[in-house]
Design a protein around this ligand. Sequence first.
Ligand SMILES: Nc1nc2c(ncn2[C@@H]2O[C@H](COP(=O)(O)OP(=O)(O)OP(=O)(O)O)[C@@H](O)[C@H]2O)c(=O)[nH]1
Length: 444
Amino acid sequence: MPRSHRYAFIQGEDRRVPVTIVTGFLGSGKTTLLNHILDDPNHGVRFAVIQNEFDVSIDNKLLTNKVIDELIEVTNCCFRCSIRGGLIKALKRLYRKIKNFDAIIIETNGMSDPAAVAQTFFTEEEINTRFFLDSIITVIDSKNIIPRLDEQKPEGVVNEVVQQIAFADKILVNKTDLVDHKAISDIEARILRINLTAKTIRCCQSQVEPLALVNTKAFTLKNITTRSPGFFHREIKTTHDPSIDSVSLSFPGCLNMNMLKNFVHDLIENLGFDLFRYKGVLNIAGMDFKFVFQGVGFIFNGNYSERWPHGEERKSSFVFVGRNLKGGKLALTDCFLSCICSPVLRFRLGEEVLARTGRDNQKRTFLGRDECHSDDQYHDQHEDPPKQPLHVQLDQEQVEEGWTRGRIIKLWDEGNPYRIELIDEERSNVWGPIDSDLFVKKAQ
Ligand SMILES: Nc1nc2c(ncn2[C@@H]2O[C@H](COP(=O)(O)OP(=O)(O)OP(=O)(O)O)[C@@H](O)[C@H]2O)c(=O)[nH]1
């Protein structure tokens, strides 16, 4: 449906705007759902989106090029605190623009209590006159949900995942591609034990027909007060699980991609399951494109995305949320900061150097010529963001003795400080991954 033919939401006397709350644990697929709804050209609905972010704003950077009529970000002082105060302000800001959209989607931050968000629509008179709570949708990650449900919390601390399921009107059992049928049935049985009335929908990549989710009037006071008799009088608790913490930072400077690969690889291998969610946008030395990464547990995803706009300060930002990060908190920040490198290199274009290629001149320490792109390919590739998945190659243990004379033929080649043509029969090309004597040194 073309966007000029608006979907008629207003029926009868009720001219209020429907609000959908999307909740779900960290990394379950909420932003994926939002993107799916916003990308769908058929519904013709104009959306205002309110995103509740961690300390560092990264999610709106992941919602790139979307048709959003209003986007408001609500950043918490602490990633687990209630978003209510910020939400009320955001909704009031939307009063003035109410003609610009047909529906609102609120994406909560994964650790929020959906009941606290829902209460806003009943305790604030001003909000209740213009908006109504249409439904609470909880997205769950089929791969990780069971251990999260089974987690033993300290006395008085709520299990966020149980809360999110308990208050849902619809539950999207997402990431079904990562589990088998039996696991999905087990998950649905567990959901039923917590919430008897919510409709469950199995999906992959949060692919659910948008109009089955928005303006369905699935939220009813009868349901919520049956599930939670104290809903209206419920005190919003902010008792946090002390073992869950977040680390975030935004900092200037450019990062050496190869150092970063080593560090991220080790980090994920060591902390694995306890890393609930991590994401970031990084400024990689020698690259004109932002490197966007995100992950849940052991599943890491990273790629170059859009070009850094002219005039925008190139900064790196990241956020990690997990269990028992405390000890590693400083180490985590330090590791990122230790990957900052100087964009000014020690050697110049054309200069002769010694490249560390390994014993017997195997020349495979960095990169064989066949794997390097020709200059034409390089330029072609840079019209679009280069696709360089973050996977780890550099292992100091594997670097054997052996140096080969070569000539620098390119500076900052795909995140590597040097591309070197070796002076040998094959004239092989290798990358100098870090500007250090460990890898590239002055020719004698
Ligand atoms: N394999 C698989 N991956 C998925 C699926 N849905 C989402 N993902 C991936 O899971 C990761 C987290 O997805 P998001 O949509 O960002 O999750 P989120 O709930 O918004 O995360 P936070 O807001 O950070 O808590 C991303 O890397 C997605 O690409 C799915 O159905 N299958």
